[in-house]
Design a protein around this ligand. Structure first.
Ligand code: THG
Length: 799
């Protein structure tokens, strides 16, 4: 049977680690494993063969880092390395006489994507595309994307794989113990996004041992309709005598695997620290076994990377990102003033919106370009799902491509042409879609007529492979002043759709009151009536507290908000918000200074620059740094540590402070005032380690706390570090190492610096480091993350 037919029915055995096995065979820190495809192909073929003998049915090519960014450092091209990689795996299959598929392995690119880093989505896509094309040319049987920590990068890789090949695509992400990826991605968002893109297998790899990953894999098994993959590490690596060792035995490794097999795991292999013994134990027990049936909880949901939203109760869609009737918004769109738009968005989120509708339709702007820009900016500062509102299928397609999550498309209607132009993109990106109950003949007068169109949309959706739980029907609000009898038909149609079609419903509520006085009363009453009929997604202005209160109340009265918990919480928060607003107004104080802090916490860059200039009229630069910038960053750091915000928002706030700093620096240059730098820090990623993502994040954050960073880059020689430390009389040095193999070089660097500059304090960080290990290699401080690095710097540079 073909692999694709067996997938999800019979357990499929993957191979185990390549990198750690190569290290055991003498690969040195800093050596590029992919080079060996060409220089030591026999050794690579040997390792593949050992996995085949152990029972692996899929071999992963030794091409984890074979992308153009990483291959810059070696003498071979991406094409040479991947061609050799695929050929080695094929040769192993041939020589062994066993049957196995060859998976083109693609790992992370090694640089962060926007907004956290500088790599664009398109650049990431192009890098992966290049790998896919070579893999296909040389005959890979499937594409395996693995160890990805950023959902956006996973999306780029999966799209590159699917758009440039017909091969099955597997994708596994790497999670930390808190159930999130390094950039804050959640399990549920991963499932929603990858399943939406139509991958053939999804799951987890690397990071922890199978026992620690067990609850996370259970969550995937509970919610993923797609076959589930696990390739865990042989436990967390520990460093003993400068060597990295994985402590778990094959037997210990297999125990949780066998439990997960009972729960429906479909594809099983190993990651760092595993070898043929691990694979052979799995194969002995599970090869060719039937995948256990599991009940999948299928739910309507939309998501951002860090937050998913179950569409099961009442969820408010904020309508304010929309130029209709708003001169200021139109002007902002024409001027490309994104900050105005972002401010509107932040306000809506603060007011309690669950989803934001994004409509940028103005005849005299390039809607497509603007839509992509706004989406990229919005997803850098917010983490609630978006609703793409456009009548142009091309705008929708691009918006869905660059949106890092599962969005709602607003909208299609019952016209065949519209359905045919829009549904393919909805399906391709796994979005949900709003269907308006109108067609070429307009809006039917009767509820039955609208229901019929709703039925047609659901049917057409099914033809494109869009399931009911991704369809939301809008029975269309009519205006009470002009079509009074139509209002009740809308409500009737809504009830029919809810009860008979069983899909979710939405309505733009405020239409109802056009042309009549006291519109809020009509809006609120209509909203309540619609909620009684089962409206799920009211599109409203969330800043209207009465409307929001009606939504919260209806959730209680419809028995959706058990124990009225959310109602009580909302009312309590609202009261205190209103109190503090009133207090601020009464005190008559100009709020712009308090606002600068908020603006930084929210990540509004242009606004931060503008406010800083304003405050400079009254205060000097250093005061601004100490009174506003630092406290704002402290707040952001605390929220990051609590898991309330994630890496994209942390970096965004740091970048926002950069804008404020730029204004302050310009002012210092003009007036020749005091130096606002809080001290000089040298930073470097140690010799042998080319991974500098972590170091770069820490650098950005430290810079924005006011420290001057002398960045020596990555793979830095010991001598170079010593020289920089001595020449600049450095009080604090930061060293980073991501790989277990380079920690040894970190120790050597520390020794050399100690001899040359005994007064310099050294902090260390990196994925594999622990406080214990930092102490062992005689670093002064261990910085778990950027926030801790700041605490250390504060201690060293006490004023
Ligand atoms: N169904 C679906 N989508 C929709 C609608 C709908 N999208 C657009 C609209 N209707 C809902 N969104 C808005 C957005 C802005 C305004 C109203 C509805 C708005 N209204 C002010 C008014 O009502 O007078 C005008 C300006 C102002 O007060 O600032 O701004 O029905 N699927």
């Amino acid at each position: 049977m073909e692999l694709k037919d067996r997938l999800g029915k019979e357990v499929i055995i993957f191979d185990g680690a390549m990198g750690t096995v190569l290290q055991q065979r003498g690969l040195k820190a800093g050596d590029v494993p992919e080079k060996l495809n060409i220089e030591k192909s026999k050794e690579i073929i040997d390792i593949h063969k050992s996995y085949l003998k152990a029972g692996a049915e899929i071999l992963t090519t030794n091409t984890f880092g074979a992308n153009a960014l990483k291959m810059e450092e070696i003498d071979y091209s991406v094409e040479e390395v991947i061609a050799a990689g695929v050929e080695n795996a094929k040769a192993a299959v041939m020589e062994s006489g066993l049957e196995a598929a060859v998976a083109l392995d693609m790992g992370p690119l090694g640089e962060l994507l926007e907004p956290m880093g500088s790599l664009t989505f398109d650049e990431a896509y192009n890098l992966y595309q290049q790998q896919v094309l070579v893999g296909v040319e040389y005959g890979a049987d499937l594409i395996h994307i693995e160890t990805i920590a950023d959902l956006y990068e996973a999306r780029a890789a999966v799209l590159a794989a699917k758009e440039n090949s017909n091969l099955p695509v597997f994708c596994t992400l790497t999670f930390e113990e808190d159930g999130r990826t390094f950039t804050g991605g959640s399990i549920r968002s991963m499932i929603s996004v990858l399943e939406g893109l139509g991958v053939d297998g999804l799951g987890l790899n690397c990071s922890l041992g199978p026992e620690k990953l067990e609850p996370l894999v259970e969550e995937v098994l509970k919610y993923s309709e797609t076959p589930v993959i696990l390739q865990a590490n042989a436990g967390l690596p520990v460093v003993e005598d400068g060597e990295t060792v994985f402590k778990i035995t094959p037997e210990e490794y297999f125990k949780p695997i066998s439990r997960l097999y009972e729960k429906g795991l479909a594809v099983i292999g190993g990651c760092c620290g595993t070898n043929e013994d691990f694979i052979s134990l799995i194969a002995e027990n599970l090869k060719n076994k039937k995948v256990k049936n599991r009940t999948v909880t299928s739910e309507s949901l939309v998501c951002s990377p860090s937050q998913y939203l179950k569409l099961d109760g009442i969820n408010v869609v904020g309508e304010r990102i929309n130029p209709t009737g708003k001169a200021a918004f139109k002007q902002a769109l024409r001027n490309g003033d994104l900050d105005h738009i972002l401010k509107v968005a932040v306000e809506e989120v603060d007011a309690g919106a669950d989803i934001l509708d994004v409509n940028l339709g103005l005849p005299d702007i390039d809607e497509k370009e603007m839509m992509v820009k706004v989406i990229k900016e919005l997803q850098g500062i917010l983490d609630i799902p978006l609703q793409i509102d456009s009548s142009d299928p091309e705008v929708i397609e691009d918006a869905l491509r660059y949106y890092n999550g599962t969005a709602i498309v607003n909208s299609v209607n019952g016209e065949m042409k519209v359905l045919e132009n829009t549904l393919p993109a909805v399906k391709k990106y796994g979005a949900a879609v709003i269907g308006l109950t109108m067609d070429d003949n307009g809006i039917p007068d009767t509820a039955a007529g609208r229901y019929k169109i709703a039925e047609r949309i659901v049917k057409k959706g099914a033809e494109y492979g869009i399931s009911r739980d991704k369809i939301i029907i809008d029975c269309l609000t009519l205006t009470a002043s002009a079509q009074q009898e139509g209002v009740k038909e809308t409500l009737k149609a809504l009830k029919m759709v809810r009860e008979k079609l069983g899909v979710k419903t939405t309505l733009g509520v405020s239409n109802v009151s056009f042309g009549l006085p006291a519109r809020p009363v009509l809006n609120r009453t209509f909203l309540s009536m619609a909620l009684y009929q089962g409206l799920n997604l009211p599109i409203i202005d969330p800043n209207d507290q009465e409307m929001m209160a009606a939504v919260k109340a209806a959730a209680v009265l419809n028995n959706l908000d058990q124990g009225a918990a959310q109602y009580i919480e909302y009312m309590a928060e609202n009261e205190s918000d209103n109190d503090s607003k009133a207090a601020a107004e009464n005190s008559g104080e100009n709020n712009s200074k308090a606002d600068l802090k908020t603006v930084i916490v929210k990540g509004l860059k242009t606004e931060a620059g503008r406010l800083t200039e304003e405050i400079l009229q009254e205060k000097d630069a250093l005061e601004i740094v100490n009174d506003y910038l630092i406290p704002a960053l402290d707040t952001v750091g605390e929220r990051y540590e609590k898991g309330e915000i994630f890496l994209p928002q942390l970096v965004q706030s740091a970048e926002t402070v950069k804008e404020a700093f730029a204004v302050l620096k310009a002012e210092m240059a003009r007036t020749g005032g005091r130096d606002i730098s809080k001290g000089k820090i040298v930073m470097a990623t140690v010799k042998g380690d080319v991974h500098d993502i972590g170091k770069n994040i820490v650098k950005t954050v430290l810079e924005n706390y006011g420290y001057q960073i002398i960045d020596l880059g990555r793979n830095v020689n010991i001598k170079e570090v010593v020289k920089a430390v001595k020449e600049n009389e450095i009080k604090l040095l930061g060293l980073s190492a991501l790989m277990t193999t380079t920690v040894k070089n970190m120790e050597k660097t520390i020794k050399a610096v100690r001899e040359a500059a005994p007064a310099t304090k050294i902090m260390v960080g990196g994925a594999v480091l622990t406080a214990d290990y930092a102490e062992m290699i005689e670093a002064d401080y261990y910085a778990r993350d950027a926030k801790e690095a700041v605490e250390i710097a504060k201690k060293i540079f006490k004023e």
